[in-house]
Design a protein around this ligand. Sequence first.
Ligand SMILES: [Zn+2]
Length: 457
Amino acid sequence: MDLFAVLARKALYPAFVGLKRETHLCHLREMERTQYLPKDKLETLQFERLRRLVAHAAAHCPYYARSFADCGVGPSSLKELGDIRKFPVLRKKDIQANAADMLASNVPRSHLVENRTGGSTGKPLHFYVDLERMETRKAATIRHNRWAGYDIADRAGIVWGSTRDLAAVFEGRLPLRNAVFERSLVLDASSLTEQGMLDFADRLAKYKPRVILAYAHSAYLFASVLESRATRTVSPHSVITTAEMLYPHQRERIERVFGCRVFDRYGSRETSVIASECEAHSGLHINAECLLLETLEDGRPVGPGEPGEVIITDLLNVGMPFIRYAIEDWATLSPDACACGRTLPLMSAVEGRTTDFIRTPEGKYVSGAALTIKLIAEIPGIAQAQLIQDSIDSVRFRIVKDPSFTKESEELLLRKARELMGPSISISTEFCENIPSEPSGKFRFSISKATGNEKRG
Ligand SMILES: [Zn+2]
């Protein structure tokens, strides 16, 4: 048993957040209760929060005042939860064009935390989260971690894109916290080599993490490399995968190699944790006290069991409300009850979030999911981007520019890409009006046609 973790969790951590006047442990206690609320009580809670959010957005966010007026809707249009469908859908291009007008005029700038994402669809967004929402995001993340047996101060092995993104995972905690409460070893998913993964496994074998937290495809690649070893060296309690679609064959291999269950998670930087698997593994429970999820096809709601476009309302971010946000993922809601007893609604794993690794001539694997955040989110003026590897020694970026894209943006992109992909690969850019989806309708940020990617996939 990890006695330090128990002490830190029970005594040090509550004292620390008390000193900092942070509220997430209070929210966490509340969420531990509300995850078992009867369905009607949960919907009442969601409706109350929705009503408050819509009234606030109409009164204090110029963008919503305009878009509600254009659609002839307002706070009085809400009589029940389903009335959300009368309101306009918020697209990524709307946010790119109206971010400043989405900010609430009655929330001081000092109460907002800046964030950005490269997005699963290669469309970068720049947005803000208010301080109290940061606290409920932390609380939800801890609650969902607990479902996988991972709690505050437990040791973790992490395969992730960037430290900046990790700050999102842990919701912006500070260096002291990192040392005491987020005890983790990190491997950078944007720079994976076979030797690097074997060395990381050796470090983990000594560190004995409670959990491994990784991008889905990176966890699979890591498991694939370790499988060539005869003995199991890393045996965590669980593996949490996220950011990308997890295929059944990937789950199977990860579970076999690490000798534990995989807990898949669906999250985004815009809204933090959206849904996670519990110990019953019969789908992902939606973080329903914080988020209202709809699934649509051609603007109409789809029934349970049918895949639809995911539309998310963040019920708690008043600093920059996201009301009916089209996150550009597809998922299927489930009407089933879960054996674990939690009443938070279930959804199937999200579909379509898939990125290929870029394999460099030097033998390095660069995670597509890591590139969206480490590269695309950092370049000004990109409306959408896609990365295509035509051969082992050549990649090209397809870019849809927005008006703020400059020559410097292109130079920055090429320079950062060079740092990530090494000295010998040829990197080019190609500008276009739009980037088509795959024939399946799904969008892939990175596509590699170089051999060797598929088997690792
Ligand atoms: Zn459950």
